[in-house]
Design a protein. Sequence first.
Lengths: 348, 348
Amino acid sequence: MTAPLRRVTQRDIARMAGVSQATVSLVLNNRTDAEVRIAPETRDRVLRVIAETGYAADPVARRLASRFNRIIGVFTYEPAFPSGSRDFFHPFLLGIEEYAERVGCDLLLFTSAPVVDGRRRIFHQDNRLRLADGCILLGREIDGAELQRLNGDGYPYVAVGRRNDAGGPVPYVGADYASAVSRLVEAALRHGHRRLTYVGMGMTAESSQDRRQGFDAAATTAESARQVSTAPGAADATLDDLLADGSTAAFVEDFATAVALAAAARRRGLTVPGDLSIVTLGDPTVPVPTDIVFTGFRIPREEMGRQSVEVLTGVIDGSAGGLQQRLLPCELVEGSTLGTPDPAVDRR
Amino acid sequence: MTAPLRRVTQRDIARMAGVSQATVSLVLNNRTDAEVRIAPETRDRVLRVIAETGYAADPVARRLASRFNRIIGVFTYEPAFPSGSRDFFHPFLLGIEEYAERVGCDLLLFTSAPVVDGRRRIFHQDNRLRLADGCILLGREIDGAELQRLNGDGYPYVAVGRRNDAGGPVPYVGADYASAVSRLVEAALRHGHRRLTYVGMGMTAESSQDRRQGFDAAATTAESARQVSTAPGAADATLDDLLADGSTAAFVEDFATAVALAAAARRRGLTVPGDLSIVTLGDPTVPVPTDIVFTGFRIPREEMGRQSVEVLTGVIDGSAGGLQQRLLPCELVEGSTLGTPDPAVDRR
DNA sequence: TCGCCGCGCTAATACGTATTAGCATCTATG
DNA sequence: CATAGATGCTAATACGTATTAGCGCGGCGA
């Protein structure tokens, strides 16, 4: 066994090269300012010793002395990850990783954050946020109080997904749900649908607000446009409700609900989209097997991940000017579940 | 805008509580040794100020001063990730994350490591390994020279997957491919197969060595047991070769190759497993659509991830005794592609 | 000869925490 | 009343790097 060998430090290098520790640091950082001059032969000598010893600067000390780490924190807000939820977040992480690699940053996943009252907390006993230069916040719902605290502390961060102000504007990279939903509503109206229903999950998250707002904004010319709430497993009741209302198109917030609704309709001998059009408003958050291609839209998750890193690095080094809020467009999916309503019956 | 506000430090807390910085540190770390005593009322006063200010110790300074970080590094060795390869690695990461969460560690992904000559390098200009207390190495092939350097530096690490010695034994958590392949060979022999072929990819990785070794060890009683190499897209040539040899069972290293081989057999009107049994030796490394359930085994990837963290934490704090090398058993998959060879023909 | 300036480097200090030796102060004991 | 021991805290230092003020030296002009 080798002895518990001490790290090679700049002092060691300095001694070997016959210079001071400061000189080593200057050479290492390639400082060539007018203020600082190192003779080429000295520089070479130091570099040679560095190469021989395989010395590498301790990033921790570096971070303590200077300001930056080149570490980007990733805080995943979802409580105790059901494995399906992970699949939903994975694309964000891919994008984040890709861009982090491009700008030469490492990624710190705050897996140590404890879960209190069913949700992870950023701020707790042994808060480790400052390990990173800044942080990306990922999660369906983010605690406004914590955002406020981040703003107050002046800690650089960016949320993935639009967020309401919290003691100041929140930097984010979100998806433009409102306009995507609006475009789907307009498509339904062009198909001749007159009675529309938004089937939500009773969520208060901004992502949900935006979808509902997009629905309302575009549905003004419909004969009827209403919003209802459903729950997992209540597909049959929801279907009853749609039929009773005479709705011909359902705009379903949750992908799994859409699948269940389509299955319920089939069981009753109804056709989709003939008897009922079903539009989905986003990618599955849990894996749901289905062979139907639903009409709806796709959340640009990888791109959101990439751009969140881009925005964050701007916030960190202050190069970003004012407000850092971006909404990316969602790509519509031409599926088979939005069609012309069957004129033969008025099921009311 | 708030001014670029300075971080709250222990000195600030100390001033507010009317004690010294050292006292704050002692209170914070709950030091109650016989050597160190703090009056309960002092302790309370300090704790109250800490709570009021929301102070959190700077982990960087902490790391510099003491020895540990509670950060576990993850180095993914594969070059420039094809997205399919990511799917293969994802389960490992899930396991790693799960266990890291349990022991209260954060995870640092070394995304900044540069790719040189088509592979990522641990050691380079601005090596950041020391940000973490230790590191998990992930990848099909790992550079022996780098392992050697890690061993030489005394840096705590663990490889996922068995590794040959590199200037000393390498700590790892691997899958017991050899025994899994042996059991499959034995099953084939029990089914009456006498001529077996191992279809490899010509790889030198340890994972490949182990499989071949397991094959050879169990196939001694076969009439013929040989190894051939194939390549992506060469399924037809490989099938020709198998038929010419009179092999009735193919043990296929790469999942995608197995799928291609089965498809080629079908195209020629051969049945699987009637005319040819096909056994797969591990999970797909790239996503391959197939509706066949292949006989083979499953790599316990999540468990490998979990246990690698467990081993690493042991190596870091020195609590682990001697050699840290684990091989986990692979679960056999009872598929439909291994059967009794059709006795009607001898296709040689 | 003196003063000045540019060059090449170093000494000193800061970053924020953990640790340890040791200084007062108080209590118990003979 | 002197002394020993326990108690509660602090001063000093270390960790490894980055930064900056400034020192010594040689050359050059006056």
